[in-house]
Design a protein around this ligand. Sequence first.
Ligand SMILES: *Cc1c(COP(=O)(O)O)cnc(C)c1O
Length: 403
Amino acid sequence: MTTPTRADAEALDRDDQLSHVRHAFDLPEGIIYLDGNSLGPPPKTALARIANVANQEWRNGLIKSWNDAGWIDLAKKCGGKIAPLIGVDPDEVIIADSVSVNIFKLAAALSQRHDAAIAYERGEFPTDGYILQGLSALTGVDLIEVTPDDDIFPQKKTVLIKSAVHYKTAEIANIAELETEAKEHGSSIIWDLSHATGVIDLALKKNGASYAVGCGYKFLNGGPGAPAFIYAAKDKASTLHQPLCGWMGHAAPFDFAGDYKPASGVERFACGTPPILSLSALDAALDLFTDLEMQAVHAKAMALGDFFLRCTEDFGLPTVSPGIGSVRGGHVCLSHDNGYAIMQALIARNIIGDFRAPDLMRFGFAPLYLRFTDIWGGANQLKDILRTEEWKRPEFSVRGAVT
Ligand SMILES: *Cc1c(COP(=O)(O)O)cnc(C)c1O
């Protein structure tokens, strides 16, 4: 296959059915942002909403805004907007806490309810394993680390935490197949949708999935540290007792009763007071998805990834992601021993991706605002950095706390 030209990229941009969505974002001039899988850029409506919540609802409305501005129902309402993106009912999702905390709550509730071990896959996003290690140390529940080649449901009943899209490879898990297998073993799966929500077409209910957690600040563009979400199927949620049973998950928080009585359904997974400023930004950001067809969103993410792989095919950088024409999520990882320095050199040229140790350069292809010409431009800068060995400059080896 011949290397694509700028004209090829321009032609693809002309055919792009999602090109109009880019205008909804406030993107800085001159930047090619290939890191929306780590932190989405701000939708203009989200910025306006934060200003309004701060200056009107908080400043003028004060505590009255819990009722008057609907703050008290926002976590539920916002969860309802995520539901169609993951293929479940609106009353089965609530916004709460972080992904890490939500994994703790769900894994604790499920392992206790089913007297099951807890398990995660080696190479999974670290927080998933850390949280299960902490849970096991606290409660004594059996903890199993499975390798992807193992029988994933090794023994007795297990609660497995599993990413729908892997944060490094971008491989997509076969949800339906794994759910069937889990049920045969009396096991359950908590799906970590952090790299999947807002970029792939998730049909959780149709595929038999009952539990999931996911991130608000990646492809959903909710802002740095945006709260996460949690899904528990209606028929299961009310049988679960989560240990972080704070007052916001109580059936009637403002009764100030002495004893805890869980709210019905997924609402019992709320713990404390939600961060209204962040939650409002996420709520506004989610409206961008209202009229979008998730199949088209995923198709464009893959097309951008394919185009990037075609542009970089002869750079001598192996990919750990599914290759050209394969099904994958919204990012691609290329490996190089000096990947960190190369990524820093790219960032210095305003091409922003990220680095995942030990050797992966990760490029995210958020379909709502990226153009094929952006991908072409980014790939050509990468080529130039490799050719000139600009990455060898000492400043590009200085590590920041966040990579
Ligand atoms: C980003 C990400 C998280 C984030 O967890 P937080 O607790 O919300 O910071 C968790 N899991 C995966 C797979 C992720 O990609």
